[in-house]
Design a protein around this ligand. Structure first.
Ligand SMILES: [Zn+2]
Length: 311
């Protein structure tokens, strides 16, 4: 066994144990506890279960952030907000773990094992109930001393599109005003629909009706434009060879083709664009990425994840 990864989400905790070929040889899934002490205990039990297959590094990919300056979690989906979750889990398990954001874990997994493999610069972009991602260069997540690189959803929506379509500028869950996540995440698509056509269509409804209903088509086109602008911003900063899309909205049929076409329209004249692909790893990517990060971090702290000392 080479490493284990734990995908910690708002509803479930899934642990996967990997062999030297990075194939899953054991997996276990439990419901995410709703109170903090039970969450710490459940994660410690998962770590112990993983290590019962052999002594190996363990990574946790979790929704939300941990502030490296304080060790405290910032999360809306897990009952650990404001708590020192990595430290408490390591103390309960008696083991060192690598703790990272789940979007970064997915980006790393796709860069190594999925749609980005073989490319030097790979961006992952998760479009779900929120928007986040990560950037890998030569198979490693970019160092991020404050752990905030990859919070792509919390950049401002492009002003020219907001103005052209008179889009709402609302307060984001992060506290800032006008984050692009408020318009392009799943709930954001519904917000767009309400603003543009006066009907609060859900993301699946918009996706299904976009070739049949003029209103849905309009919402979809504005969503594509906003999301392509985000991809273009990523390209201006990091120039990825490949952008890998994950999350619920990435499963909309042909979304990568349509985003690619939109991105091509706004690229500098004559220049190629990053190629846009959908994640290949599905539900296993988060745990696999966390396991791979833990394996990479053995004996080092490369700044891409919070790797705790056992106290
Ligand atoms: Zn925000």
């Amino acid at each position: 066994m080479i490493a284990a990864g734990i995908d910690l989400g708002g509803t479930k905790i899934e642990t996967q144990v990997f062999d030297r070929n990075w194939d899953v040889v054991a997996r276990q899934r439990v419901a995410t506890p709703k109170d903090y002490p039970a969450l710490v205990t459940a994660l410690a039990e998962q770590i112990k279960w993983a290590k019962s297959h052999g002594d190996m590094p363990v990574g946790i990919g979790a929704a939300g952030l941990v502030n490296p300056a304080t060790g405290l979690a910032l999360t809306a989906n897990i009952c650990a907000n404001g708590m020192p979750l990595p430290k408490d889990v390591m103390a309960a398990a008696g083991a060192r773990v690598t703790y990272m954001n789940d979007c970064r874990a997915l980006a790393l997994s796709e860069a190594i094992f999925g749609a980005g493999r073989g490319h030097r610069v790979v961006a992952g972009l998760i479009l779900g109930t929120g928007v986040g991602g990560g950037l890998t260069i030569d198979g490693k997540l970019q160092p991020s001393g404050r752990q905030i690189s990859g919070e792509y959803g919390h950049m401002s929506a492009p002003a020219h599109l907001v103005a052209a379509h008179d889009l709402p500028i609302v307060t984001c869950g992060c506290g800032a005003l006008g984050c692009i996540e408020t318009l392009i995440a799943g709930p954001g698509m519904t917000r767009l629909s309400q603003a543009l056509i006066g009907r609060a269509l859900s993301a699946p409804e918009i996706a299904e009706q976009r070739h049949m209903d003029a209103g849905a088509a309009k919402v979809w086109d504005v969503w594509l434009g906003l999301t392509a602008e985000l991809l273009q911003t990523l390209s201006r900063i990091s120039d990825p060879d490949v952008v890998v899309l994950g999350g619920g909205l990435s499963k909309i049929p042909h979304v990568t083709d349509e985003l690619q076409a939109k991105l091509d329209q706004i690229q500098f004249n004559g220049f190629e664009t990053a190629s846009v692909h959908v994640a290949e790893g599905g539900d296993t990517s988060g745990a696999r990425g966390a396991a791979f990060a833990a394996w990479q971090a053995q004996g080092s702290d490369d700044g891409a994840a919070v790797t705790g000392e056992l106290k």
